[in-house]
Design a binder for this molecule. Structure first.
Ligand SMILES: *Cc1c(COP(=O)(O)O)cnc(C)c1O
Length: 375
């Protein structure tokens, strides 16, 4: 068996090409740095996870991570950046609790994640927090397409408009920010930092870190400061954006190690040339993979080409009885975690920032060989 995916070998350790949707692969250089600093961080004789989050060393690191993120994404002083816990899923509750404010919240449904956000917000209607309106759904096309904006049922004067620019499971990405009047709230868990965006177009951007940034346990919230002050009386203290902002995201103990590792990833991204540079690599990776899929009758991606994700690429084999074999053989070839999500079936390659073009080319080479042998 040819091994396609070995990209790092040191003594007895091997790292393979890992296409996991999340928690996802991280840059090897970042892990090596964390390893080197593990026992003794900044000469303190202790690791970063063994020191107080209120100490000067930790706070300096935390502030640098925020400054680097601001530089990478072009985040102005009009926005607060919060480093929270609870994953993107806790934000599904935090958003209505902080922003619904007695009005109507508009939700666009383009896949599993925006559906979950919508359903969670809907629960708060009965508390009298406001109304939740489904603007449009892509469910009739099994989420292989985005409903045409001309059909969206938008609410005039809505409290906010929520959507998910990149549906991680269905591989559907909206590259244009919707033109709506309400403040836009975007779940960018699987596309944050993958390409340049205009933060100014958004009211709130949130993302779990474990897809395109770092380890699980950290959730980023970027929020326009004028939206900080609308929380319902029901909003738990720890979920209040205003409270977290006032306390520099340290209302209680933050996810200290995840914050540190994410900071290392931000430094790594800056070294790569920033988001503009990584976006070019991401385009090249996605182009190579979609070209391999489209160039074969054996592989198929069902998403409207206009909305094909550059981060998560689901694909099906012509004969799904070969799925199990594909997963087994790809794993043996050093290409990990290609099994698709059960909601969609088939395969999925998540090709986040830490995946290289070379690794994607290894995948397409393996796919061609698999088709030759079994197609
Ligand atoms: C993974 C994912 C989530 C869930 O994230 P958790 O941090 O596990 O709560 C939500 N939205 C999107 C788009 C995701 O990819």
């Amino acid at each position: 068996m040819m091994i396609y995916g070995v990209f790092f070998k040191d003594n007895n350790m091997t790292r393979f090409a890992n296409f996991c949707a999340g928690p996802a692969t991280m840059p090897t250089a970042v892990l090596e740095r964390a390893q080197a600093e593990m026992l003794d961080w900044q000469g303190l004789g202790a690791s970063v996870m063994e020191v107080s989050h209120r100490g000067a060393d930790y706070i300096e690191m935390a502030q640098k991570a925020e400054a680097d993120l601001r530089k990478l994404m072009g985040i102005s002083d009009e926005y607060a950046v919060l480093f929270l816990q609870g994953g993107a899923t806790l934000q599904f509750s935090a958003i209505p609790l902080n922003l619904m404010n007695g009005g109507t919240a508009d939700y666009l449904e383009t896949g599993t994640w925006s559906n979950k956000a919508y359903k969670e917000a809907k629960r708060y209607e009965s508390l009298g927090l406001g109304q939740v309106n489904l603007v449009a759904t892509g469910s009739e096309t099994q989420f292989s397409d985005v409903p045409d904006p001309s059909t969206w049922q938008l609410t005039e004067g809505a409290s906010y408009f929520h959507y998910c620019p990149n549906e991680t499971i269905h591989g559907v990405q909206m590259f244009d920010v919707p033109t709506v009047e309400a403040p836009i709230v975007a779940d960018m868990s699987s596309c944050i930092l993958s390409e340049p965006i205009s933060v100014d177009k958004f009211g709130v951007i949130y993302a779990g870190a474990q897809k395109n940034i770092g380890p699980a346990g950290l959730t980023l919230v970027i929020i326009r400061k004028d939206l900080l002050d609308q929380a319902s009386a029901w909003c738990p203290m720890i979920m209040s954006y205003k409270n977290q902002h006032t306390n520099d995201s340290m209302l209680n103990t933050p996810s200290t190690y995840a914050w540190y590792l994410s900071g290392l990833v931000f430094e790594w991204l800056l070294e790569q040339g920033g988001v503009e540079a990584i976006a070019k690599v991401n385009r090249a990776k996605a182009d190579a993979l979609y070209a391999a899929i489209d160039g074969s009758d054996f592989y198929d991606n069902k998403v409207n080409p206009k909305y094909r994700s550059i981060m998560n690429v689901p694909f099906h084999l012509a004969d799904d009885s070969l799925d199990k074999l594909f997963v087994e053989e790809s794993k043996k070839a050093g290409l990990l975690n290609l099994k698709g999500h059960r909601a969609v079936g088939g395969m999925r390659a998540s090709i986040y920032n830490a995946i290289t073009l070379e690794q994607v080319q290894s995948l397409t080479a393996f796919m061609a060989e698999f088709e030759r042998k079994h197609g």
